[in-house]
Design a protein. Structure first.
Length: 348
């Protein structure tokens, strides 16, 4: 694969000189299994990805989104993707994934499904104008209900089951009864973990690394937001990776803020220039930067269309030269500012 970021004077944007070698080796697909497909954007009619009205047609019926989800799963599978992410709160995404699995017996034993519990979907299949789209509660009764719902939707236990969006005050870090439930699930062979959101992600990951039940570490997986705008959790994820956890990156495109059509402001204009110089779409460049982190096992695409998925997966063909990622350091925002911006993104 061609390398980006040669660091010489001819590559002023930090990418390989296009006049001397191809920017992307299109046949290089060995890294495709580093990427997964998330279903947050297609399991329900409303989500907070920028430009969503351009992605989805007016028909956002259950049938339409089921067909769209299955088409994306088929395309991802055909491309070599083997990790698929869903959650109880993603509308009917678990149901869609489960139906796809049931209709594709040839994928048995090769697909890895991760899901999440802790949020309850409350939008009643509305895209917008809903006061609350999902309600979070990390409690034993919610776990008991949702693990049953997950098993019914997927046809059994997922390989990975995460407590959804853990923050420092979550009972998932301290409630003995809940921790015992999670330990029992881990005893069934499920990789139990947590997802994180908010400016205190690193604090949560480090706290979770210390959680044990009967002297044994409980958690073995984490899914966190890491992207070129919000990289603050990186060092903590490196610690989790060193502890043997599965580390999954979500929101590597910052809810669409790193997509070419939405790139605004001086820092993102620089990303657009680098993308043009390298001949790589902004979205693929953003995803590749996440996959280049040595602690990242899986990086999720949140594609809502087949074209987006194809563009996202170009990231698997991207290799950065030593030191090239430093070119992106100027894009990072203070964590508090990033999460404040995310909090006001509209559901559409």
């Amino acid at each position: 694969m061609a390398e980006f970021g040669s660091g010489n004077d001819t590559a002023s944007k930090g990418f390989a000189d296009m006049s001397t070698e191809p920017v992307i080796e299109r046949s290089a697909t060995s890294a495709i299994t580093r990427f997964g497909l998330g279903t947050a954007a297609v399991g329900r009619p409303g989500y907070i990805t920028l430009g969503r009205d351009l992605d989805l047609p007016a028909d956002r019926s259950v049938e339409a989104l089921r067909a769209r989800t299955h088409a994306l799963l088929d395309a991802a599978w055909a491309a070599g993707v083997r990790y698929f992410d869903t959650a109880r709160s993603y509308g009917r995404a678990e149901e869609f994934v489960g139906a796809w699995l049931a209709s594709r017996p040839e994928v048995a034993g090769e697909v890895v499904v991760g899901s999440k519990w802790g949020y309850t979907y409350t939008a009643d299949w509305q895209a917008s104008g809903v006061p609350v789209h999902e309600v979070k509660k990390h409690a034993v009764e919610v776990f008991d209900r949702q693990i049953g719902e997950t098993r019914a939707a997927l046809g059994g236990n997922p390989y990975v089951y995460l407590v959804h969006s853990v923050t420092p005050e979550s009972p998932a870090l301290s409630d003995p009864a809940l921790l015992a439930r999670l330990a029992a699930l881990a005893g069934e062979g499920v990789r139990v973990g947590l997802s994180t959101s908010g400016p205190a992600q690193a604090q949560v990951v480090r706290a979770a690394l210390e959680v044990s039940v009967e002297g044994r570490p409980l958690f073995a997986a984490v899914q966190s937001t890491w992207n070129l705008l919000e990289p603050s959790v990186g060092p903590a994820l490196a610690e989790a990776h060193s502890a043997g956890w599965l580390v999954v990156v979500k929101e590597a495109m910052a809810n669409g803020r790193l997509a070419g059509r939405n790139a605004v402001g001086p820092a993102l204009a620089a990303l657009r220039e680098q993308s043009a110089a390298a001949g790589v779409p902004e979205d693929a460049l953003a995803l590749a930067a996440a996959a280049a982190q040595p602690w990242a096992d899986i990086v999720l695409s949140g594609a809502a269309t087949l074209d987006q998925l194809a563009s996202n997966l170009i990231a698997a063909q991207v290799t950065f030269a030593p030191g090239a990622l430093a070119e992106f350091a100027g894009l990072a925002e203070p964590a508090e500012s990033y999460w404040q911006t995310r909090a006001v993104l509209p559901w559409a």
